[in-house]
Write a protein that binds this ligand. Structure first.
Ligand code: ASP
Length: 571
């Protein structure tokens, strides 16, 4: 038998028992005739005292070797309060090296570079922090599964080798050997398949689904990631949000013990007006205030000539250096500059105050609600620039001024997104969510004439300013789906070739349906206020989509390429 107990299990009441534990030699301390070895496994650390009789084995033993210790549990004369097992030690009567370790290429610890951590991921994962994260991920996955099952959802797997499912990214493609010249796509999401499951009468589906998207990577993106993917039949938006509310509430409560209360809602328009973005962080206030109507009659051309001027009130008086650094920040969002002034003695003082009449000053103080000693910051520009820059500034101010509890969880449903957004590059409308999203019934009339006016039955779940989930009520009528593709200028034959099977399925009796998908890796990370989702993925890729450990993506042999009928261009 390799072990009777784990290395985290033994306590004072186990005194005098004969036990066997096995694990990694976490620390080795020779001490005269005996050697103290801390044995570590997933469950904890236990000290073993190994006598001279095993000197031949312990003498050259390297840290992180896998060992097995049999012995008697003794109370330690001086307990170690830092260890759960700190009251006892095992005095060895048997000792074996099960898996010797060479000197390690890295010191196992959090401060290794990302590249090193990924190259030796199996060593990095030995750290208790990482073990904790994997265990949290497991508990969250189990909790999602249990709660969804309780609500009648069936977990159904969808294929990995698929026809392209568009989610706005590039597909990873897999060449077919049997059908030379043809390719599968790896799913960007199970979107089309979950909708087909609704046509198939499955009624309530979920899956912890792997999604693969070939896009440029950022800290919160990975080429493959996991979604808690959900779809339901015979539902309206309200029904879907209700399931989302219960699910998120229960999972958070079960896993963290926190009660997040009812999830608030806000329309897309309100979020844009008040916070300049569709994923506001509501852990703090600092709303944006549209003051265009106050300043557009001013002599101050920066304001009067701009299509929009918005202000934000900082609950303190900023010094020059701070204003300079915030100016740099907003410039990175294409704003030309950041105007400021302070409230002093009930009037505006400093910065742009000199360009504004007393009447405009009074109106600004009233509209912004700025108090004595506070700074008002302004950006005047095109609405997109004003909103982008101020939204970024607002998040930075919230963080710099410590306006929120970093451990707090502030969820929000953002609803009523536009169906399309204008894609400057493509010079065309593209779906704001994806093309299977149902417009609001009252907007169907604008689908052909004025696509920008169409509001969708579409919603995002936001947590602390980060998009956590998105979903929609789907189009289940082929005629509307065709109109949407038409608005996007997708020619009929291309639509048929790409999605013909879905459009056909809808002609054989499709229930109204909708759903959403939660970004599971991000959900895990956000619960612990961690911004890098790789911390919660056992084997993630680096920022260039490579795995430094296995060396993927790798080359394949000429024979494999021949079989696939592929010849590589010289690059
Ligand atoms: N498939 C969508 C996505 O990946 C989610 C959904 O609409 O259910 O964003």
């Amino acid at each position: 038998m390799h072990r009777t107990h784990t290395a985290g299990e033994l306590r004072a009441q186990d005194e005098a028992k004969t036990v066997t534990i096995a694990g990694w030699a976490h620390a080795i301390r020779p001490h005269g005739a005996v050697t103290f070895i801390d044995v570590r496994d997933r469950y904890g650390v236990t000290q073993a005292t190994v006598g001279e009789e095993f000197a031949a084995l312990t003498k050259d033993l390297k840290r992180e070797s896998v060992i097995k210790v049999t012995g008697t549990v003794k109370r330690k004369p001086t307990p170690n309060p830092r260890l759960a097992t700190g009251e006892i030690e095992i005095v060895a009567t048997g000792f074996e090296v099960l898996g010797p370790a060479d000197p390690l290429p890295i010191e196992i610890g959090a401060d290794n570079t990302d590249e090193i951590r990924l190259k030796y991921r199996y060593l990095d994962l030995r750290r208790p922090d990482m073990q904790h994260r994997l265990a949290l991920r497991d508990r969250l996955a189990a909790s999602f599964r249990e709660n969804l099952r309780k609500m009648g959802f069936l977990e159904i797997e969808t294929p990995l080798l698929v026809k392209s499912t568009p989610e706005g990214a590039r597909d990873y493609v897999v060449p077919s050997r049997v059908h030379t010249g043809r390719f599968y796509a790896l799913p960007q999401s199970p979107q089309i398949y979950k909708q087909l499951l609704m046509v198939a009468g499955c009624d309530r589906y979920f899956q912890l689904a792997r999604c693969l998207r070939d896009e440029d990577l950022r800290a919160d993106r990975q080429p493959e990631f996991t979604q808690v993917d959900i779809e339901m039949s015979f539902v309206e938006q309200e029904d879907v949000l209700a399931v989302g509310d219960i699910l998120v509430h229960n999972v958070i409560q079960e896993v963290t013990g926190k009660n997040i209360g009812p999830l608030p809602r806000m329309t897309y328009q309100e979020a844009m007006d008040k916070y300049g973005c569709d994923k506001p962080d509501l852990r703090f206030g600092l709303p944006l205030i549209d003051v265009t109507y106050i300043v557009n009659s001013s002599e101050f051309k920066v304001f009067s000539e701009a299509p929009m001027t918005k202000a934000i009130v900082v609950p303190k008086s900023l010094v020059r250096k701070e204003i300079d650094s915030y100016t740099e920040l907003v410039k990175s969002s294409k704003a030309k500059g950041l105007a400021f002034t302070n409230v002093k003695g009930g009037a505006l003082d400093g910065g742009i105050a000199k360009f504004l009449t007393p009447e405009i000053q009074a109106n600004l103080i009233q509209a912004t609600g700025a108090g004595e000693g506070e700074t008002i910051l302004f950006i005047a520009d095109k609405p997109k620039i004003v909103n982008d820059a101020l939204a970024k500034l607002r998040n930075t101010l919230g963080r710099d001024l410590k306006l929120y509890d970093p451990e707090g969880l502030s969820f929000l449903w953002v609803v009523d997104f536009p169906l399309f957004e204008w894609d400057e590059d493509a010079n065309d409308w593209t779906p704001a969510h994806h093309m299977f999203t149902m417009p609001k019934p009252e907007c169907l009339q604008y689908l052909k004439s004025d696509p920008g006016k169409v509001i969708a039955q579409c919603y995002d779940l936001v947590l602390n300013g980060v998009e956590m989930a998105s979903g929609s009520i789907r189009v289940h009528r082929p005629d509307i789906q065709r109109d949407i593709m038409h608005a996007m200028n997708i020619p009929e034959d291309e639509a048929k070739q790409k999605f013909g099977f879905l459009l056909e399925a809808f002609t054989y009796g499709a229930p109204p349906h909708g759903g959403f998908a939660i970004g599971f890796d991000r959900f895990c990370a956000m619960l612990e206020a961690e911004s890098d989702i790789r911390e919660y993925i056992a084997f993630p890729k680096n920022k260039s989509a490579e795995c430094p450990m296995d060396g993927s993506p790798g080359f394949v042999s000429g024979k494999q390429l021949d079989e696939l009928g592929i010849s590589l261009k010289k690059l």
